[in-house]
Design a protein around this ligand. Structure first.
Ligand code: FMN
Length: 143
């Protein structure tokens, strides 16, 4: 029997700010293959330094993945923000969507975080959870 569908949100800071597109592509390619095999979907938001990642999937697979991620030397100050039950996946088609810093994403972040700078570490979990559905279409005007 599979464990309950769960959403996990964490934030961190890149060890090397503004990684090269090649380094990002390599990370994403490997993550997407592993996530797909484990039934995990999600999104990675990176603004140059700050990282916000939303991961959704079976609770046991998510736990195993988060243990690996939390000890990865490519980032630091990893903070677990939220773990909650989930009825429906937020990003069913994304093994790992990638949202780099853009003006439209900036507008979504400002609307939901209520601040100019993207620093998820200081934002309450409830606000970040409310923002998650809006990450799917950052090109839509923020409500
Ligand atoms: C910001 C960040 C996000 C990551 N996201 C994922 C992910 O979604 N899925 C994944 O399998 N690995 C992810 N990783 C990589 C893992 O930390 C780990 O390197 C990878 O799963 C391979 O683990 P292994 O080398 O122990 O086999 C991420 C790493 C970083 C720095």
């Amino acid at each position: 029997m599979t464990t309950p569908l769960t959403q996990l949100i964490y934030c961190s800071e890149l060890a090397t700010p503004a990684p090269s597109p090649r380094a990002v592509d390599q990370l994403l390619e490997r993550c997407r293959a592993r996530n797909a095999a484990a039934g995990i979907t999600g999104v990675l938001v990176v603004d140059g330094v700050h990282v916000l990642q939303v991961l959704e999937g079976p609770r046991d697979a998510l736990t195993e993945l988060f243990v690996r991620i939390s000890t990865d030397a490519r980032h630091r100050n990893v903070q677990l923000i939220s773990v909650s039950d989930l009825d429906v996946r937020s990003f069913p088609d994304w093994a790992l969507g990638y949202l780099p810093q853009t003006a439209s994403l900036g507008a979504v972040l400002r609307t939901y975080l209520g601040c100019r700078d993207f620093d998820p570490a200081v934002v309450p979990a409830s606000r970040l959870r409310a923002m998650v559905p809006h990450l799917l279409a950052p090109n839509e005007p923020a409500a």
